[in-house]
Design a binder for this molecule. Sequence first.
Ligand code: ATP
Ligand code: MG
Ligand code: ZN
Length: 582
Amino acid sequence: MSLHPEVAALLAAWRDPPAGEDELRGRISATVAALKALRRDRPDLFEKEAARLVRPAGEAPLPTPSGADAREGGDAPRGGPVPGDPVRCLKEVFGYEAFRAGQRELVEAVLEGRDAIGVLPTGSGKSLTYQLPARLLGGVTLVVSPLIALMKDQVDAMGRLGIRATFLNSSLSPEERRRRTEAVRRGEVEIVYAAPEGLEASVGAALEGTRLSLLAVDEAHCISHWGHDFRPAYRKLALLRQRFGSAPVLALTATATRRVAADIAEQLGMRSPFQFRGSFFRANLHLEAHRKGDDGVNSREEILARVRARRGESGIVYCITRKSVESLAEFLRGKRVRAVAYHAGLAAEERERVQDAFRAGEADVVVATVAFGMGIDKPDIRFVIHRDMPGSVEGYCQEIGRAGRDGEASDCVLLYSWADVMAHDRFAEGVEDPEVAELQRRQARRMLDLAEAEGCRHQLLARHFDEQVEPCGESCDRCRPRSRSARAATGARSRRGEAAGTLALVGEGPSGEALYERLRAWRKRVASERGVPPFLVFPDATLQAVAEARPRTLDELAGVKGIGPAKLAGFGAALLRAVSES
Ligand SMILES: Nc1ncnc2c1ncn2[C@@H]1O[C@H](COP(=O)(O)OP(=O)(O)OP(=O)(O)O)[C@@H](O)[C@H]1O
Ligand SMILES: [Mg+2]
Ligand SMILES: [Zn+2]
């Protein structure tokens, strides 16, 4: 089979597209892109002549559609419209059926050469808004991201889609860096991922002489003092922007108040940017929060019960300090939970190992500091537990955003205390810039206020990001007590199935649901006697399991999910009485 004549004809049409036929031009462009991808994956299909024609090096710039040249000066978009149909590219290159909220709008803005800001929640598919234009725009798309640990994965994922991507960061040997820089210079790369640190040195040279088509700034809140994770190196991006002034800038973040978004635009020198703000409301996340008790009731045991109720499912437990990460992970492992520890104090290889084990399902629970998580794209994380209160609402939002990316019901449990606020204050003492330190102190208090404020938790969270939503009705502990929440039903699904069978056979006593309600009443009494929140006596999931198992002896009770030795000793006898009284 000879591809040569077809390829030659296509390329001729591509370089000199038929005037006025936007659709045809788009199709040609997409086919050429597909051919190029095919050549990378299956070079054996191309004989020498055809291979030379589609090889990326020395690639001619994309044809400018008729009329676009006239658009100049004023507020006119730079670059003009780009051939190639985004929807088609979405399907053919990325394999998705439809755009998600905000994606089309952002992609179109970028393709028109406009600066754009996308504030879309975690897991909503922000990456696509630069990956797709990267393919359609030709030239080089530079993606600046602080998440060095994830760059390799992203590059690999792009490779699987047939998109030529590479990354440049401090993890590379000078030799490897030179090799990659040259590949970029030769025009063999569509997307370059780079860390903001050392950006000028590493990337500036690589981009010299190439056509930079798009500058994408991921986790863009890092550029703002008012954000929660300010990184000085991000301020250097303004220089890069000046240097490559003609390429549009796309700033992406999951967490930005309007003030932070405005600051991002200013810092990056954006020109009347297009803005898209997605909704922060994610109904599949069940939010709850509990003030930590200080009378000896152990939040470790509570966390263990939660983890056991989700046995075999993936979750993250966030702690403030490395020390508590280590000790909680160890404790969980002692209870035969497949838990691993992750924090910035571990060697890079160890961190990578942990990340891989988690992704591969070899570890169920990662106990981590905030060093873990940003950008992690594991779809089936079923719970995120905060052992300690996060330092800001933005941080909280990022961290719970790891859960339920596949849209399935997932739990977000926040444990907090005033002592956590104090701990954040101590961190702030170590911050040089007094303004930033003060901001951090305020952010921790904001977080505490959010946890304690009255009303729907989703509504409170959305309001923090200047969005008005109705009370969620069923996805938080304020709108719906956990017993009847959709999430409790999911969490107990398998057990309920078993229990239903048992009940049918035994055919005695109140239904599991009725017993559960009675146990809740009992728990409430015990909790108020001890002056702790009911959750700290037993989580709902445990009560549910008990209601379904109907244990009669301490031995049987010990076999119920969520009942550890401490609980057994502390509450076992009383709980058994409560069960038998029903
Ligand atoms: N149009 C789409 N249809 C279906 N799935 C999509 C679509 N766009 C993106 N995805 C998938 O959604 C998931 C999340 O995407 P992505 O990692 O880009 O999220 P994000 O917005 O960058 O989140 P974060 O803020 O956590 O970084 C990915 O698995 C991606 O493949
Ligand atoms: Mg992302
Ligand atoms: Zn609610």
